[in-house]
Design a protein around this ligand. Structure first.
Ligand code: ATP
Length: 427
């Protein structure tokens, strides 16, 4: 039987992955719970999300499915932050004999939940049409994520990574986390690039320890379960209550839709799209850097490197009108929020200087309006300015935001398959 769970937490506490970790232990009384549970990230633009739009999937071999369902439903009812308006838990179960029949429908639903905006009605009607056991609490929005988690469990073969999540002892929830910062840098040093986003070296930050009042102590992301565990064993911190290694679609770019043209881009979806820089980057109040791209469809969109992307903004500011780029990111509020950018081609940057005097080598001054240029010392004259090609301070290649600004789903450049493009990983 597989179990999908979503929307149990609120900003004040809890975390669906913690509930998943508890169930991984508790469900063992009913059969064999399979490693590794899934932590699936869905469309990152969804406004109803608490933090990272996560849902959880668990798979169990059992002879007493009714008891499993009863246990999971009562646990979700007891532990969810029901008092919060935004918390609308959902649980979906798929039994072994149903799996083959529903695999494709739920696989498609999972892929769409990562990229599109879906409705509660659609989730409910799929559940009813195929006759799955489920339980929605309050408005039942969590059924969307719960159904998507089942779709992810039923369809292996998608790109995946792993995360080791350590959870805090209950009496510590809501208090500052006691962690030894240097141990995260040491763990990163020993395991990067097989692990990533533990620390942000250029910004001198530990990025894998949350600051919210939820039960997570830290999470180590990496390419396999063994390396994330090795890195976690190097962490020095307050004692943890438990840990769980999740298999996840984090760091895979699964949310990005490749587009041939800017035409057709929709709000609340995420894209890979190319275009010509159609206005020079400028920085607005709050430190956000903005520029536009356009293409032969005649459509132009604004792209932004927001303030939290720190040093990435100075890179973006080096672009000029006429450069060709490929941008990766979510389109929200009429702006594409850049996660990665590929600089494809750069226009020559030409600046004009007053001519040099051929006799003394000094730069000439203006000889008066419309009268060309004249050397003050030698009296030599010249009629026009001199064109100089300035060196571009950015080269072709793919650049990314630093770890402190990375979206859960964004694929770090160190995970990119080798290609003709040079990559510039941010660490
Ligand atoms: P955390 O990361 O702390 O677990 P969260 O950010 O995952 O919290 P949720 O509490 O799960 O946030 O809320 C997200 C809600 O949005 C859920 O009800 C989920 O079913 C719903 N949802 C997820 N993806 C989509 C989608 N593509 N379209 C519509 N609704 C979605």
């Amino acid at each position: 039987m597989i179990i999908g769970i979503d929307d149990t937490d609120s900003r004040e506490g809890m975390c669906t992955t913690y509930l998943g970790a508890l169930l991984m232990e508790e469900l063992q009384q009913y059969g064999s719970v399979r490693e590794y549970p899934l932590l699936v990230r869905l469309n990152p633009t969804i406004p109803y999300k608490t933090r990272g739009n996560a849902c959880v999937g668990i798979s169990i071999g059992t002879h007493c499915p009714d008891k499993v369902m009863e246990h999971v439903i009562s646990k979700v009812a007891a532990m969810s932050a029901m008092e919060c308006d935004m918390t609308n838990p959902g649980v979906v179960f798929v039994q072994d004999d149903e799996a083959g029949r529903v695999r494709d429908v739920l696989g498609t639903f999972f892929q769409r939940a990562v990229r599109e905006v879906l409705s509660i009605e659609e989730a409910k009607s799929i559940i009813a049409d195929i006759g799955l056991h489920s339980r929605g609490f309050k408005n039942g929005r969590g059924l969307i994520g719960a159904l998507a988690a089942c779709g992810a469990l039923l369809n292996t073969g998608w790109d995946h990574t792993f995360e080791y999540i350590a959870y805090r002892q209950r009496d510590k929830w809501g208090t500052p986390r006691n962690v030894y910062k240097e141990s995260f840098f040491a763990a990163d040093d020993a395991t990067y690039p097989a692990t990533w986003d533990t620390v942000d070296i250029s910004n001198e930050l530990v990025v894998c320890v949350p600051h919210s009042p939820d039960p997570v102590l830290y999470g180590i992301r990496g390419r396999d379960p063994f390396v994330v565990k090795t890195a976690a064993e190097m962490i020095v911190s307050e004692p943890m209550e438990r840990s769980c290694i999740y298999c996840t679609n984090q760091g895979t770019d699964m949310h990005l839709i490749p587009m041939d043209s800017i035409f057709g881009i929709k709000e609340m979806q995420s894209y890979i799209v190319s275009g010509l820089v159609s206005c020079n980057p400028f920085t607005i109040a709050g430190g956000h850097t903005i520029f536009s791209i356009s293409d032969s469809s005649g459509v132009s969109i604004e792209c932004a490197a927001f303030e939290p992307t720190k040093g990435f903004r100075s890179l973006v500011r080096k672009l000029v009108q006429g450069d060709v780029v490929k941008v990766y990111g979510s389109f929200m509020n009429k702006t594409l929020n850049i996660e990665k950018i590929e600089v494809i081609s750069l226009v020559p940057l030409v600046v004009f200087h007053n001519p040099e005097c051929p006799s003394c080598g000094k730069r000439m001054g203006s000889a008066g309006r419309g009268q060309g240029y004249r050397c003050k010392k030698c009296g030599t004259r010249s009629s026009s300015l001199v064109q100089v090609h300035q060196k571009r301070e950015i080269g072709p290649g793919i650049y990314e935001v630093p770890p402190c600004a990375r979206r859960h789903l964004a694929k770090p450049l160190i995970r990119m398959q080798p290609s003709n493009s040079k990559i510039f990983p941010s660490r």
